[in-house]
Design a protein around this ligand. Structure first.
Ligand code: SF4
Length: 378
């Protein structure tokens, strides 16, 4: 089993005691245990992770692992995806059940169902649920509304998407997934993209779709823009961390570092992405920083724990967060080492605490939507 090569050297006495106990418990559980850590977790969690990565990579690691207990140090939707992709004999555990995602919470099943019916009625598009084979490209002359959900969404939305001929995407594969969806929608069809408007808009613009063809949908308000002739209907959601990065911060960095470069995450607003030198997923950002020469100066627009870790890993480069005031993602931060220690103690005692179980009624559609994405990636 791979282990994350990062050890925090600045733990307090109490934190060190917790870290030592976690290591003892890990040793007791042996191969029965897999600990996954998201890039946005704090160092005192990451140091215990068997794998560090983004939500999709970690779900794949869960799916490939024979471990009986998978402790997911991330947020709720990530643990749900891991549960969908693992066998019934495996248990996925979230150390703190309150660790959700504010963006994922911005789209509920009821809101999406209301929007779906309204958009179908107004646009005149067809529901792919009526198709004999929703995985085949659209028939000549047909125009469908195809749902695409970002990985950052609840399992019941992934199920909705799967049942309506749609697919899941991540920030690293959004272009390929949207192309797949457009082929299923037909040249006059459209995609309903949720919950992150910024990832949807930035990806649409990169694919040559104009903003007039991307109206926004807000529950309780409806569409901002024309639904007839739209190519992507963007849900109004956003990430509270990434929306804080602004064009002004980029200007300020460039003034202080004329030779510096800026890289941001596609969950940032369009105006910020447009002014950056590069943008992409957490994995892209890591690779972008790695290929920069020694002495390079770079500002990064993503969560602070990941930026701080990159700075420690690359002492030969000047790395700073684009927003000097940025806080960690508040829900990711709910995974405290004491919670991790507690769930491991209980596992050793024979209990299975904080298990995330996706109900069988939404397993099938969710798996279909996730498997469509995996097939596109091949
Ligand atoms: S960083 Fe944003 S999208 Fe990611 S878990 Fe936190 S709130 Fe959700």
């Amino acid at each position: 089993m791979c282990s994350v090569n990062f050890m925090d050297t600045s733990l307090s006495v109490e934190e060190q005691a917790i870290a030592d106990r976690i290591q003892e418990l890990k040793a007791m559980l042996g191969d029965d245990l897999l600990i996954l850590g998201h890039h946005y977790q704090r160092d005192s969690i990451v140091m215990h992770a068997d794998f560090l990565g983004d939500s999709f990579m970690l779900s794949q690691k869960a799916a490939q692992s024979p471990a009986k207990y998978i402790v997911f140090c991330g947020v709720h939707f990530m643990a749900e995806s891991a549960d969908i992709l693992t066998s019934d004999a495996q248990s996925v555990i979230l150390p703190n059940l309150r660790a959700g995602c504010s963006m994922a919470d911005m789209a509920t099943l009821n809101e999406v169902e209301v929007a779906w019916e309204e958009i179908l009625k107004t646009s005149g598009l067809s529901d792919p649920i009526s198709r004999h084979d929703p995985d085949a490209p659209a028939e000549d002359g047909a125009a469908y509304l195809v749902p695409v959900t970002y990985m950052n969404s609840s399992a019941d939305l992934k199920d909705f998407v799967g049942r309506h001929g749609g697919v899941v995407c991540t920030s690293s594969n959004a272009v390929g997934v949207l192309q797949w969806a457009f082929d299923r929608a037909g040249p006059n069809g459209a995609v309903l993209f949720f919950p992150d408007q910024h990832l949807g808009r930035n990806t649409g613009l990169a694919m040559g779709i104009t903003e007039e063809k991307m109206p926004t949908w807000t529950p309780g308000i409806g569409a901002m823009g024309e639904l007839k002739g739209a190519r992507i209907v963007l849900w109004h959601g956003f990430c509270s961390v990434h929306k804080r990065f602004t064009p002004q911060q980029i200007e300020d960095f460039r003034s202080a570092h004329p030779e510096g470069v800026v890289v941001v995450h596609p969950e940032c607003p369009k105006a910020t992405v447009e002014r950056a030198d590069a943008y992409g997923s957490t994995q892209f950002i890591r690779q972008y920083v790695e290929q920069l020469p020694a002495g390079a100066e770079v500002a990064i627009g993503t969560e602070i724990n990941m930026v701080a870790r990159l700075a420690q890993e690359h002492p030969d480069k000047h790395i700073e967060c684009l927003d000097e005031e940025i806080c960690p993602c508040s829900t990711m931060y709910m995974i405290h080492p004491a919670y991790l220690m507690d769930v491991l103690e209980r596992l050793v005692d024979g209990e299975v605490p904080n298990q995330i179980v996706v109900p069988p009624s939404v397993q099938e559609g969710s798996l279909l939507a996730l498997n469509r994405m995996l097939a596109i990636l091949k």
